[in-house]
Design a protein around this ligand. Structure first.
Ligand SMILES: Nc1ncnc2c1ncn2[C@@H]1O[C@H](COP(=O)(O)OP(=O)(O)O)[C@@H](O)[C@H]1O
Ligand SMILES: [Mg+2]
Length: 217
């Protein structure tokens, strides 16, 4: 069985800034399998967010493709760096939002189950603004999971989190991966990356071998 979930082929994204062309992604190839946790690391400006945006269809490639294999586009869940919760809505209401946008039935049992999955059972009725940073992120993950994605994408998920919260997040990702969800994390946090199944090094829009990465020296 071919269990590839995502495959990028010679993916390029060029931006034009005046007369200058910025090669944000310059021919990127990789694949991710079901149940795999893969991190993409690289310095600021190396193209990580551009790549995440292409995969999630927030942006279009200049050429090449990031193809979802046997997965429909709606089966991607996203966790953004800033979480983007609606502060005045309850935790549970934030998790409901994707169902409302997709005009799907609001299945309370399913929502409570997802909140339990991320370890926030009992905190469903707290307004988002009153949650801690780590709990906000868990709600953002629950919201990403509500449509039962096959691929979970997180752009800099540990940017503002303490080490303890980071370890809890990795534990949660491990549990999700065991259920067959592929997880793709963009980060400049090498300690986080080291705990994932595989690291892809990105520099100046290109995948490079670890030895050439200037993050290690
Ligand atoms: N909308 C844009 N217009 C022009 N240049 C951009 C745009 N978005 C990103 N870039 C450039 O593309 C490169 C990659 O940026 P980005 O994907 O945000 O990197 P990272 O997430 O690794 O920090 C950078 O040089 C950045 O300045
Ligand atoms: Mg970025």
């Amino acid at each position: 069985m071919n269990n590839i979930v995502l495959e990028a082929k010679n993916l390029k994204k060029y931006y034009t800034r005046g007369v200058e062309t910025v090669k944000a992604l310059d021919g990127v190839d990789f694949g991710i399998k079901a149940g795999e946790i893969v991190s993409i690391v690289g310095p600021s400006g190396s193209g990580k967010t551009t790549l995440m945006n292409l995969i999630s269809c927030l942006d279009t490639a200049t050429s090449g493709e990031a193809q979802l294999v046997n997965v429909r586009r709606q089966y991607i869940g996203f966790i953004f760096q800033q979480f983007y919760l609606i502060p005045n809505l309850l935790a549970v209401e934030n998790v409901e939002l994707p169902l409302i946008f997709a005009r799907k039935p609001i299945d309370k049992e399913k929502i409570y189950k997802v909140i339990e999955t991320v370890g926030l059972k009992g905190r469903e009725n707290i307004p988002a603004f009153m949650l801690s940073g780590g709990d906000k992120q868990r709600i953002a993950i629950a919201r990403a999971l509500i449509n039962e994605p096959k691929l979970l994408i997180a752009d800099e998920p540990t940017g503002k989190l303490e080490i303890k919260v980071r370890d809890q997040l990795l534990k949660l990702f491990d549990e999700l991966a065991k259920k067959g969800i592929a997880i793709f994390i963009a980060t400049h946090d090498l300690e986080l990356a080291d705990k994932t199944n595989r690291i892809i090094h990105l520099q100046d829009g290109k995948i490079i071998p670890k030895e050439q990465s200037n993050l290690y020296h």
